[in-house]
Design a protein around this ligand. Structure first.
Ligand code: 5GP
Length: 188
């Protein structure tokens, strides 16, 4: 099968980004889908490498033009989306797209692409473990941590709609299991 994708979705802080970065190093056939976002750049993030950073108006103009395969207001006032052009660019190279996107976005892509997509839900061992991770990460204010935990509670309800659930209890085990899932999907 050509034009495949792997989708990793999870509540914030569950560790999906770490797992996706590991997979990108491990499998040369995978290429990261660079999303568009209206959020501000953090630290050393670069335009067209980490994200396409757009103003709200630019983003909405592209929504109107039908440029997005999916998009979501992931946090109040902050939009994120997958550009169709980005997917075409990766598939034109014969690569498999790797997505690190939110739960609704992941499910939307899975509904659109069916068997072309492997959709993995990364589950934190518990909400308490998630709270501790978000606090330790230290990038969010207490109020933001609370908002993300509320959102996580809701997102856990969608886990069963993914192809697979991957519990991120011990990171090394989760990375290995993710490798096995991706290897099986790529060779199918
Ligand atoms: P962050 O701002 O921490 O980089 O990302 C916030 C959330 O937006 C994460 O859950 C991330 O996976 C999600 N996200 C990133 N890109 C996209 C996208 O293209 N579409 C959707 N729906 N969510 C995205």
């Amino acid at each position: 099968m050509t034009n495949k994708m792997i989708i990793f979705s999870a509540p914030s802080g569950a560790g999906k980004t770490t797992i996706v970065r590991h997979l990108l190093r491990r499998f040369p056939a995978l290429e990261f889908s660079i999303s568009a976002t209206t959020r501000a750049r953090r630290g050393a993030e670069q335009h067209a490498k980490d994200y396409f950073f757009l103003t709200h108006d630019e983003f909405m103009e592209r929504v109107q033009r039908g440029d997005f395969a999916e998009w979501e207001e992931v946090y109040p006032g902050l939009c994120y989306g997958t550009l169709k052009s980005e997917m075409e660019r990766i598939w034109a190279k014969g690569h498999v797209i790797a997505f690190d996107i939110d739960v609704q976005g992941g499910l939307n892509l899975k509904r659109m692409y069916g068997a072309q997509a492997l959709a993995v839900f990364v589950r934190p061992p518990s909400l308490e473990a998630l709270r501790q991770r978000l606090e330790r990460r230290g990038t969010d204010k207490p109020e933001t941590v609370r908002e993300r935990l509320d959102k996580a509670t809701c997102e856990l309800g969608f886990a069963a709609q993914f192809d697979v659930e991957l519990v991120n209890d011990h990171l090394d085990d989760a990375k290995l299991r993710a490798e096995q899932l991706v290897a099986a999907f790529l060779s199918a």
